[in-house]
Design a protein around this ligand. Structure first.
Ligand code: HEM
Length: 445
């Protein structure tokens, strides 16, 4: 526990000097690593140096990206990665009634329990660009008021216990570990996107990573609601190392109306608005356990470029994400979502991000989030429900939803694939829900 508090001091120690200036000042990794080392963290000196370097690069990328994005896309500082949100939605995160016993830990302890959540869908680049351009697509889920003991107390800004799940739509990362990542980001901070992967002089070829990077940035999609997303890196849930994923529920269908080239710059947002005006969306939340006798080459814990083969260990559904019909373009809501902070270490109970990349993310995400919040003079707050701070609309359980007379938990009729907590396949009784939904879509609320 002590080293966790010391990590917080280290972040604060590193962040403060950089907050004051417009352009992040150059830090000296070696001296920072030495200081970090005296804080008693149980990670090696070399790893500490790589983390400090990654933080430095992240700040430089944030500042460089700001120059590229502003003023055309607004003057606020954005995330240094996944800068453009394509939609931010209210969702319900429901633990499956039939979740296998070995996964009943952390927020999965109570079968059938439902939590409110926010989901931010994003494009991966540091630069805001048209949705038709190939890019990684992100899905970051914040499950709220989970109860349980937070694993990283420094992230519980409001004292709430929340849990974040952060994914992209490719199953593997383009760097093996924090050492490769830190070097790669030094190139990216100079806006040199390929230099670490391939270079004539000094001669360098990271072929597998180059292929993974190509796979990551070449993805074009029709709607964020129709993609499968992956944690890419492993976590410990109870005793089990796992990776996690979200997959559109069976039967989900979001037909596409035109070719990408004919669509507007923000067609992914437009598509989601169209779907959620009267319809809904649904994802299965899945975990993929690491086999007890898996080799380090087949299912490594510290190599983000390796996909754990589903033929060896299939993904198992443990929860459902229900996205009800709702309004998503409200300006207050968009600002609220830009000010959210996600972190793989925001989690409770028997949950632990694994590997050197994940260890670094605890500090890097926190540092970049603090940086942009300070630059934007925005409060760093953890939400506890679907209400929007500062909204003119009085807060209620129905805020933003296009459902008439909702009660908690929400009626399941918006979700044709709903499966009750006992794991049976029967759908709930929808009564005249569909008629009510149509009335609601026509009425102003
Ligand atoms: C390999 C698995 C990874 C995945 C699935 C992932 C995914 C994402 C996603 C979806 C976001 C946007 C979060 C949001 O909507 O608020 C994000 C942001 C970010 N990522 Fe990652 N990422 C990964 C690895 C890394 C690594 C290794 C680092 C650095 C060590 C990193 C640094 C960041 C930072 C600094 C942000 C912005 C955070 C903020 O300002 O709030 N990511 N990432």
């Amino acid at each position: 526990m002590k080293w966790k508090l010391l990590l917080l001091s280290a972040i604060t120690f590193c962040v403060q000097p950089l907050m004051a200036s417009e352009q992040p000042a150059k830090m000296h990794s070696e001296s920072q690593a030495l200081k970090l080392n005296t804080l008693g963290m149980d990670i090696s000196e070399a790893e500490q140096a790589a983390i400090v370097s990654a933080i430095q690069s992240a700040w430089e990328i944030s500042a460089a990206a700001h120059k590229l994005n502003s003023p055309r896309y607004g003057n606020h500082y954005r995330r240094d990665a996944h800068a453009k949100a394509t939609g931010c939605v209210r969702a319900e995160f429901e633990i499956n009634g039939d979740i296998p016993g070995e996964f009943r830990h952390s927020i999965f302890s109570n079968p059938g329990r439902s939590y409110q959540a926010w989901i931010r869908f994003s494009n991966g680049d540091m630069q805001v660009q048209p949705d038709s351009k190939g890019d990684a697509r992100g899905m970051a889920v914040k499950v709220m008021n989970t109860g349980g003991t937070p694993i990283a107390p420094e992230l519980g800004e409001s004292g709430l216990a929340n849990q974040d799940f952060i994914m992209t739509n490719t199953p593997a990362f383009f760097n093996r570990n924090i050492y490769d990542y830190a070097e790669n980001m030094q190139h990216l901070a100079k806006l040199d996107r390929r230099g670490w992967f391939i270079s004539a002089w000094p001669p360098r070829l990271h072929l597998k990573e180059l292929w993974r990077a190509y796979q990551t940035v070449s993805s074009t999609i029709d709607t964020p609601l129709g993609e499968q997303y992956f944690s890419m890196l492993p976590y410990r849930l109870g005793e089990n190392p796992i990776k996690y994923s979200t997959r559109p529920c069976a039967g989900s269908d979001y037909p596409s109306s035109a070719e990408h080239s004919e669509k507007g710059e923000n067609f992914l947002t437009e598509k989601m608005v169209e779907t959620l005006t009267t319809g809904s969306a649904c994802f299965d939340f899945l975990v993929q356990p690491r086999l007890a006798d898996a080799s380090e080459s087949d299912m490594p814990l510290d190599d983000g470029t390796v996909i754990w083969e589903e033929s060896q260990s299939p993904f198992i559904p443990v929860a459902r994400i229900h996205i009800p019909p709702q309004e998503i373009t409200d300006e207050t809501q968009q600002t609220f979502c830009e000010n959210l902070s996600m972190n793989p270490w925001r989690g409770v109970g028997e949950w632990e991000p694994l590997g050197s990349l994940n260890r670094a993310r605890r500090l890097v995400y926190h540092a970049v989030s603090e940086y942009r919040h300070q630059k934007n003079h925005a409060p760093q707050q953890e939400p506890g429900d679907w209400c929007l701070p500062g909204s003119e609309v009085p807060c209620s359980e129905t805020q933003g939803l296009r459902i008439r007379k909702p009660r908690w938990p929400l009626p399941r009729c918006f979700d044709g694939q709903y499966r009750p907590a006992d794991g049976s396949a029967t759908s709930s009784d929808c009564g005249d829900y569909h008629q009510a939904r149509n009335d609601t879509a026509e009425a102003s609320y």
